[in-house]
Design a protein around this ligand. Structure first.
Ligand code: F58
Length: 831
């Protein structure tokens, strides 16, 4: 099984792999110039800013290299259990700043570059972020691998190296237009390709039965085509702990034999097509945030990376002598949503077809090697694969899934005799509207543990979405509330606040975020409050400068910064936020209130819509149109502004969140599994206006009701209203303020006089309003009044902001990882 070097050469000097370069300004400059000369092939005076960025990245890499080799060597030597995080997405954000921080090089680099006449921040701004994820789920994976490295947990992240990540969003006349994300066009200095460690991944074909030499009935898969999975390694440096873990992303290439055969036959066009076909697998991230589309390619992607990862772990880490009966002593595969669940039948196939295990033996192993995290509550977001498609692409896997299902349903019938309705509900195979594999059911059957991502979400999983499974296996269910990495989202993104925190309580908070509690008394200290306000003001100026350069947006001074950034989705209710803006505007222009009654406020949106999601795109259009009217209207006296910078991404988040005063977390209760932006805002000293949903519930519990603006129905109230029959039209008729806002849209004022432009949006609210925007409107407006009152008392506001920060240390992803270790993985850190 070993793909490594044929003979293992040794040399006494190779015991210490490479020496870490000297931690001094001179040493750093030397290393930097060396990289510039030898890798970029230029002198300092002739170098471009991109040369400099690359040389800097390589320099920083060199500092981490010895640690990386050491970590890798130890993880192969040590026989401890490791985590393989399987995720189709990693929304990493820029790497340079994080690497500088982890290696404790930021000051040295800044000084060294200055001596070369270069500004560090300018080089950092050169980096194109790898946007290999859609939103929260992908960013969570990135936070988790950061925490695992920082906490010394033996672990590896596996995923896909998409050639094009999440699309670059532009606006044309207020409408979203998607551009390809060419993040690799200048090359990435952070990746290490290993074509020699390629893995062949099979697809299609048929299966056949045969009798082996021992007379046993066996099955083999006769695939029709294959592709090469080429691994690219990325460093995942722990914070100041000398550990560097690995993220291994797979890229698809045509297998040479396949290619050459066609090529030699003279059919060049077909050869190119074959290559294109293979390479399409890792070509592009699906920018879907609702129902999965582009189905076939997406299933190919899933199988491609999971099969490669499982093989890789068995071959590279365990080696050929390892007895796979003991696999679960060495690995737990954490399934980030259902995307990698095809790994379950794949491991069964490997054990049975390739390793000669019997079914029961194979299941005994497989059912201990996976754990499943669910990230949604929306039924339409639970993946299903038509058996027609799955059977065509992975015929052997479909057989195995059927066999898993037969045995599973037998168990259900044993436990609930005569309850065939339950059997139908629980089956891994759905029969309507077409025969399909329910991936969440497959995951639930195979997993040792199933977790939701916030208390409320886990509860709803148990009580609703996966209730039948919780009845059968209550012990499988647990919760791990999400978290965010304090390194990126506090220490790096808010270095001014970090300075103040460290000056006040020492630097321990960076790896022990609960220590922010020690700042609670500071909320009552006027001097601290003043400093805290200065930090916020600094962050706002920084954002102002950025948005001016990046988007030509001018943020007014002295405004409350009211921020809603997240994927655009009906359940998240950006429409509620824009209705609030429209309502304020309407009240002024109709003379119901005068402009000076409005709290000076700038509402900032950041959101991408899935390209095929009509209503989401219409909402973007509406927000942009409202912005252009409201921002120009003199009657508002400049007291209400709307800013919608295009292409919200991790890089922008790092500037926006630290500048925010108010965090909008306004999903319909019971729909947002957790949210993680909510945590980032609270930690950076914004107050939340939010519903009782996802992790908002836990944030509010921790910070206290006085420091959180709660509004809207609770989840049971939502259910009750649904049951009784929800009629949004009644809210419209009975609420003059709501009616006036909707009527204003329909008047055509935001669409150059055209009354029909936003019809699809307004009628979806008036006649369906699936996420009950109208029902919560009143309560939201009332909560915004409370926001204004509090904001008028800057001391009270700042006090609450400090308490938000001091009391939300719980939301560190380090804590999440600790919870996974104890509740799910049963592993301990390596030291
Ligand atoms: C998000 N899911 C949840 N999915 O919506 C959010 O509440 C939670 O905080 C976060 O996961 C982390 O647990 C999410 O981001 C996706 O982006 C999927 C990508 C693939 C297609 C289906 C949606």
């Amino acid at each position: 099984r070993v793909l490594g070097p044929a003979n293992k050469p040794t040399h006494p000097m190779a015991l210490a792999p490479v020496a870490t370069p000297r931690h001094s300004v001179d040493g750093f400059v030397q290393e930097f110039l060396h990289e510039l000369n030898t890798t970029q092939g230029v002198t300092l005076s002739a170098s471009t800013i991109n040369d400099q960025y690359k040389a800097l990245a390589l320099t920083v890499r060199n500092y981490l290299m010895a640690r990386w080799l050491e970590t890798t060597r130890n993880s192969i030597k040590s026989k401890s259990k490791a985590v393989a995080y399987l995720s189709a997405e990693y929304l990493l954000g820029r790497q340079l700043g994080n690497a500088l921080l982890a290696a404790d090089l930021a000051d040295i680099a800044q000084e060294g570059l200055k001596q070369c006449g270069i500004e560090l921040w300018q080089l950092r701004a050169q980096e194109v972020e790898p946007g290999l994820g859609n939103g929260g789920l992908g960013r969570l994976a990135a936070c988790f691998i950061d925490s695992l490295a920082t906490m010394n947990v033996p672990s590896v992240g596996y995923g896909i190296r998409y050639e094009y990540g999440i699309f670059r969003q532009t606006f044309v006349d207020g409408r979203q237009v998607e551009q390809p994300d060419t993040w690799l066009s200048l090359g990435s200095p952070w990746e290490f390709p290993h074509p020699e460690a390629a893995v062949t991944i099979n697809f299609g074909g048929t299966t056949e039965k045969y009798t082996d030499e021992d007379g046993r009935e066996r099955t083999r898969w006769l695939p029709e085509w294959d592709v090469q999975a080429i691994p690219y390694n990325y460093m995942v440096p722990g914070y100041l702990n000398g550990r560097v873990n690995t993220l291994r992303l797979w890229s698809a290439e045509a297998t040479r034999a396949f290619d050459l055969q066609i090529f030699n036959s003279g059919d060049y066009a077909r050869a190119v097509r074959a290559q294109t076909f293979a390479e399409n697998i890792s070509k592009v991230l699906y920018p879907e945030d609702s129902t999965p589309q582009g189905k076939e390619l997406r299933l190919q992607q899933q199988y491609f990376f999971v099969a490669a990862s499982i093989r890789d772990f068995i071959n590279q880490v365990l080696g050929e002598d390892f007895d796979l009966h003991n696999l679960s002593d060495r690995i737990i595969f954490q399934l980030n949503d259902t995307h990698p669940v095809i790994g379950v039948p794949e491991l069964m196939r490997v054990l049975i077809d390739e390793e000669g295990f019997g079914w029961d033996e194979a299941w005994e192993v497989t059912s201990k090697c996976f754990a499943y995290t669910c990230h949604t509550l929306l039924p339409e977001a639970l993946e299903v694969w038509p058996t027609e498609l799955l059977g065509r692409l992975l015929p052997r896997h479909l057989e195995i899934i059927y066999a898993i299902n037969d045995r599973f349903l037998e168990q259900v019938r044993d436990r609930f005799p005569g309850d065939e309705v339950r059997v139908g509900r629980m089956s891994i195979i759905a029969e309507y509207p077409e025969r399909a594999v329910r991936m969440a059911h497959l995951a639930s059957v195979a997993a040792t543990k199933i977790n939701g991502v916030a208390e409320l979400h886990s509860q709803l999983l148990r009580d609703k979405v996966l209730k039948d499974f919780a009845d059968l296996w209550p012990e499988k269910f647990t919760n791990v509330t999400n978290g965010v990495t304090p390194r990126r989202f506090l220490r790096m993104a808010n270095y001014k606040l970090s300075g103040l925190l460290t000056e006040t309580i020492g630097s321990g908070w960076v790896t022990d975020l609960e220590r922010l509690r020690e700042l609670e008394p500071c909320a009552d200290d006027p001097e601290f409050r003043e400093k805290f306000r200065e930090v916020k003001a600094f962050n706002k100026r920084r954002l102002t400068n950025l948005l001016r350069a990046r988007d030509g947006i001018d943020l007014p001074e002295g405004h409350m910064l009211d921020v809603m950034v997240k994927r655009l989705h009906e359940y998240k209710r950006q429409s509620l936020k824009i209705l609030h803006v429209i309502s304020l505007y309407e009240q002024v222009i109709s003379g119901k209130i005068s402009a000076d009654e409005i709290t000076p406020r700038t509402v900032v949106f950041g959101a991408k819509a899935a390209p095929g999601y009509r209503l989401a795109k219409d909402t973007i259009h509406l927000i942009n149109k409202v912005a252009s009217v409201v921002n120009e209207d003199k009657r508002l006296d400049g007291r209400l502004k709307v800013a919608f910078p295009a292409n919200y991404n991790v890089t922008l988040a790092e500037k926006l969140i630290p500048a925010a005063d108010l965090s909008e977390q306004i999903s319909l209760a019971g729909k947002e599994a957790s949210g993680t932006g909510n945590m980032k805002f609270a930690l950076n000293g914004a107050l939340t206006i939010g519903t009782d949903d996802g992790a908002n519930v836990e944030i509010r519990e921790l910070v206290g009701d006085d420091h959180f603006f709660l509004f809207g129905m609770t989840e049971p109230e939502v259910e009750a209203l649904q049951a009784k029959g929800y009629h949004p039209g009644e809210y419209y008729q009975n609420n003059p303020q709501l009616k006036a806002a909707v009527d204003l849209i329909q008047s055509g004022i935001f669409s150059g006089g055209d009354r029909g432009t936003f019809d699809s949006l307004t009628s979806s609210w008036l006649y369906h309003d699936r996420f009950m925007v109208f029902a919560d409107f009143d309560s939201y407006i009332a909560a915004q009044k409370k926001v204004e009152e509090k904001y008028a008392d800057q001391d009270a506001w700042t006090r609450s902001a400090i308490l938000n920060m001091a009391r939300t240390g719980y939301f560190s992803s380090d804590r999440s990882m600790r919870d996974y270790m104890t509740r799910i993985w049963n592993i301990t850190p390596d030291f």
